[in-house]
Design a protein around this ligand. Structure first.
Ligand code: NAD
Length: 443
């Protein structure tokens, strides 16, 4: 006897990295999904079966579910209001000038959806927002929705990571439901029935705690990365080796090895903005300790970018003006084409400010990088990027870069200098091939 799970009519509002992945995975679970976005070009691409960004494993699932008729795309809130019994809010919450979260897109989405609702429904927030946002949105929703409907707001924070987003969505570590009624909790249980059946832990709580889970989790992860990077600084100053230190720390099961990799630090569309928004929230709540604590976490993270430029300067002899620098990796992490707050882009900025001639390679992210930094030179191959270079910088930890043969590369560069900002190259091997190697946190 085959198992059957509830099939619901869902809408996903905002079809970016989070929303498109969520829409595809919800359709894969068997739900009928309509995803809408204000960006018509993005919607047209997705509807044709081509994700507008790189995410491993997403394209075949997108095509499969579009072809099966379980997943549709559009731009109409009227259609969304008519169709959905559950509406997922997945719009962006970027950083404002003062560091706080910019909620204009979340407000616009709720205001646009509310008057078009035509059936009892739950509006489920997935975007990352400051604690307290959901209560305000619930009031906004009630005000805008037609009278007589049961319309509730719930919060279901998302923990997917770019690069493994499909796997994270299909098999999440846990589900968090922030709700104000058992009706809304039951609807969420229906949506995720398959994962719950497979044993995914589910934690049901109030709206405020659910909002806070996400920013607290990201703050903890950022702290772990900045902690090991602070230790890398101590290692550099004392001659110790941060890789051996991290391995020994990781063997303590109370600490664990995940997010304990030293290097150039975190970036992307989530961790940096989320800890800055949390600082602003904490200030607003009068919790100054969280503000100052996360300020340090952020500052340590940013300091690694400057340190990489220092190493590049030192390795070429003290002056980057006119030096040819080959940058390997521009995405904020491997497995993604996202360059939002990319540490590598920040290093490129510093190198060019000091007069270096920078040529960049990345397996998938040069297109996005060129949109924000058209002045940099981009290469299609590693060989093209490093030809004649005075220094090579390893800035994003793509597996292909770990596999580079330093002997072969040594024939192409101008000088055999490399800065390993991700601490993952085999430094003994590179040195045996006559390269000068500088590594963050390692001799
Ligand atoms: P994104 O910029 O890739 O996508 C946001 C989408 O929302 C865009 O396509 C935009 O056109 C659309 N949009 C904006 N206003 C709209 C409106 N009024 N109606 C419909 N669509 C609208 O951003 P993202 O990375 O997908 O992040 C979205 C949210 O999810 C953020 O709060 C982020 O912090 C959170 N989040 C992201 C990730 C991630 O890995 N990217 C993981 C967990 C949580």
């Amino acid at each position: 006897m085959s198992l059957s799970f509830p099939c619901l009519r869902l809408t996903v509002i905002g079809a970016g990295y989070l929303g498109l992945t969520h829409a595809v995975c919800m359709a894969e679970l068997g739900h009928d999904v309509l995803a809408i976005d204000t960006d018509e070009a993005k919607i047209a691409m997705a509807a044709s079966g081509a994700p507008p960004f790189f995410e491993p494993g997403l394209e075949p699932l997108l095509r499969k579910n579009v072809e099966a008729g379980r997943l549709r795309f559009g731009t109409s809130y009227a259609e969304a209001g008519e169709f959905g019994e559950i509406h997922f809010l997945c719009v962006g919450t970027p950083q404002s000038a003062d560091g706080s979260a910019d909620l204009q897109y979340v407000h616009a989405a709720v205001d646009a959806l509310a008057p078009h609702l035509r059936q009892d429904c739950v509006v489920v927030g997935k975007s990352t927002v400051p604690v307290g946002t959901a209560r305000g949105l619930a009031a906004r929703l009630r005000q805008g929705a037609p009278a007589g409907l049961q319309v509730e707001l719930a919060w279901n924070p998302e923990f997917l990571r770019e690069g493994t987003a499909v796997r994270d969505s299909m098999s999440p570590d846990r589900l968090v439901f922030g709700v104000t009624s058992s009706w809304a909790a039951d609807r969420l249980r229906d949506i995720y029935a398959q994962q719950l059946y497979n044993g995914t832990p589910c934690l049901v709580m109030d709206l405020e705690t659910a909002e806070l889970v996400k920013v607290a989790a990201n703050s903890f992860l950022a702290t772990k990365i900045s902690f090991i990077n602070a230790m890398a600084e101590v290692c550099e100053a004392s001659g110790a080796d941060v890789i051996r230190l991290a391995a020994a720390l990781a063997a303590d099961e109370r600490i664990g090895g995940r997010f304990l990799s030293p290097g150039l630090g975190f970036g992307g569309g989530c961790l940096p903005k989320d800890i800055r928004a949390f600082r602003a929230t904490a200030r607003g709540l009068g919790v100054d300790s969280v503000d100052s604590f996360l300020n340090e976490v952020d500052a340590i993270n940013l300091s690694r970018r400057a340190r990489v430029a220092d190493l590049a300067r030192e390795i070429v002899g003290g002056d980057l003006a006119g030096a040819r620098a080959a940058v390997l990796g521009i995405a904020f992490k491997p497995g993604s084409d996202d360059v939002r707050d990319s540490p590598s882009l920040a290093v490129c900025d510093q190198l060019t400010r000091e007069g270096a001639i920078v040529r960049v390679h990345d397996p998938v992210a040069t297109g996005n990088a060129a949109k924000v930094r058209p002045d940099l030179r981009y290469a299609d191959t590693v060989t093209e990027a490093v030809a004649g270079a005075d220094v090579v910088l390893h800035l994003t930890d793509w597996a292909d870069y770990r596999a580079i043969d330093p002997v072969a590369l040594g024939q192409v560069v101008g000088r055999r200098n490399i800065v390993d900002a991700r601490c993952t190259l085999d430094s003994d091997y590179w040195r045996s091939a006559d390269w000068t190697v500088r590594i963050l946190g390692r001799p």
